[in-house]
Design a protein around this ligand. Structure first.
Ligand SMILES: [Zn+2]
Length: 79
């Protein structure tokens, strides 16, 4: 007899989550990826972990924008 090809019910809650960086399967409660050591958050609907907040990247972006505005002011608005 052939096995039924009916899809499994995917609407039930995920029991694992995937690292969004390296796609390793992680425990739902994991705060850090075992493989790439990056911070991960809660599981989303697609079964992926949310990316952890990268404060260093935020600060770098803010500093870059600040430097840009200072440069624009210095180059065009200085008297
Ligand atoms: Zn990873």
């Amino acid at each position: 007899m052939l096995k039924s090809k009916k899809h499994r019910d995917t609407s039930k809650l995920h029991s694992m989550k995937k690292c969004p960086y390296c796609f390793t399967m992680l425990k739902l409660g994991a705060k850090k990826c075992d493989m790439c050591k990056k911070r991960v958050g809660a599981v989303n609907n697609a079964g992926f972990a949310e990316k952890g907040i990268d404060w260093k990247a935020y600060i770098t972006a803010i500093l870059a924008w600040t430097a840009f505005f200072v440069y624009v002011w210095w180059a065009f608005f200085r008297k």
